[in-house]
Design a binder for this molecule. Structure first.
Ligand SMILES: [Zn+2]
Length: 383
């Protein structure tokens, strides 16, 4: 009886030791190596990753850019207000600034260009917006100038906010290394049909004077025009490059913006993207042309919203991450959460921190915790 009992006890001990070893190894794997595996996923295969919201443009900043521009007065080509705006843009530029001067209809015209990123890169990205405002509100009874809160200021504000986010946010470090990025603010877009002026003079001059080398390395040109309507609804502009355009709409849907980016063809427009298309550069015009205050004296701050501009700017940023860094962005804000098609463990904090605090903390506590469990088991079963 006694002998039999001891044999049974030894068998139990062996089983418990085996169970402990399995438990120990499994725990180490789950707690210690799982987060490590996640960071490897990020480093080697940047796909289908949900980002937190800290990559977005700053809405308060956008509002400031709007108010500043309207405060300068009407930014009519050749005016003092136009010059004040140029100096403002130059003052906050996060890169080298070039003024491109020429004369049209005896008026000095000035395009502004900010260059950031890798200027020796074989890849060039161009973002554009016109900064001039229309000399006469031709859709109004009153022959006053247009304040241009939407038609002028909204695109400029969006571009400036994008520039700051791309330069300051670690998510875009790889983009800055792989691309030269130019933010171009066009003069003389919006005077068509007044005093014999044509449309899109600034962008036409800019595109026609690009070197063939710059044209050849231009990956895309994205234009922001009238993106500030409080009732934002963009439709797909027909002259735009269909591949990039549809991808931008797809990204907008992914981040919960399908009510603003309507999945329908809209107008066919002669805008600042056309001169770039004419040089063979794939270009997209992001424009909400259904704006009731268009070319009226009421195109003012009361009719625009920094949130609308942020929606468009954020969509372009998310598209950049998806198109060029293979980072899919989902669930932009907490009130627009949809179930993402990825495992929740693939959510990471930030590329800059992917190998630091979070994982180390878990690993730091894993070993002592496991030792404690083993110690308690050994005491309980005397193995
Ligand atoms: Zn206009």
């Amino acid at each position: 009886m006694k002998e039999l009992g001891r044999m049974k006890e030894n068998k139990q001990k062996r089983a418990l030791t085996g169970a402990l070893v399995v438990f120990f190894v499994a725990s180490l794997f789950l707690l210690g190596f799982y987060p490590l595996r996640d960071s490897i996923i990020f480093l080697e295969n940047k796909k289908s990753i949900a980002l937190p919201n800290d990559w977005q443009v700053n809405e308060t900043e956008i509002q400031q850019h709007l108010e500043q521009q309207l405060g300068f007065g009407y930014r009519i080509p050749g005016s003092n207000a136009s010059e004040r705006l140029r100096n403002y843009i130059k003052g906050i530029a996060q890169g080298s600034v070039i003024f491109q001067n020429f004369t049209y209809m005896s008026t000095p015209i000035v395009n502004i260009e900010i260059r950031i990123g890798n200027q020796t890169s074989p890849n060039l990205l161009i973002f554009g917006a016109h900064y001039d405002t229309r000399k006469i509100a031709t859709n109004d009874e009153i022959p006053d100038p247009v304040p241009g809160a939407n038609d002028g200021a909204s695109g400029v504000a969006g571009l400036l906010a994008m520039m700051n986010t791309i330069v300051e946010n670690p998510y875009f470090l790889d983009l800055l290394e792989a691309f030269e990025i130019r933010f171009v603010f066009f003069d003389a877009e919006d005077q068509g049909g007044i005093d014999g002026w044509n449309w899109t003079r600034g962008s036409t001059y800019y595109a026609e004077n690009m070197t063939s080398g710059d044209v050849n390395r231009s990956v895309a040109m994205i234009l922001l025009d009238m993106v500030g309507d409080r009732n934002l609804n963009l439709k797909k502009e027909r002259n735009s490059d269909p591949d990039y355009r549809d991808k931008i709409w797809e990204v907008a849907a992914n981040i919960g913006y399908s009510e603003y980016f309507i999945d329908r063809l809209g107008y066919s427009l002669i805008d600042d993207h056309v001169p770039f298309l004419n040089r063979g550069i794939p270009s997209v015009d992001l424009i909400d042309f259904d704006y009731s205050e268009w070319h009226k004296v009421t195109d003012d701050l009361a009719h625009v919203s920094a949130s609308s501009i942020a929606i468009v700017a954020n969509t372009v940023l998310a598209w950049l991450l998806a198109e060029f860094l293979e980072i899919q962005v989902w669930n932009l804000s907490s009130n627009q959460v949809s179930s993402p098609p990825f495992h929740s463990s693939e959510v990471f904090e930030s590329p800059a921190e992917s190998s630091s605090e979070g994982r180390i903390t878990i690993e730091f506590f894993t070993a002592p915790l496991m030792l404690l469990v083993v110690f308690l088991f050994k005491r309980r079963y005397r193995i």
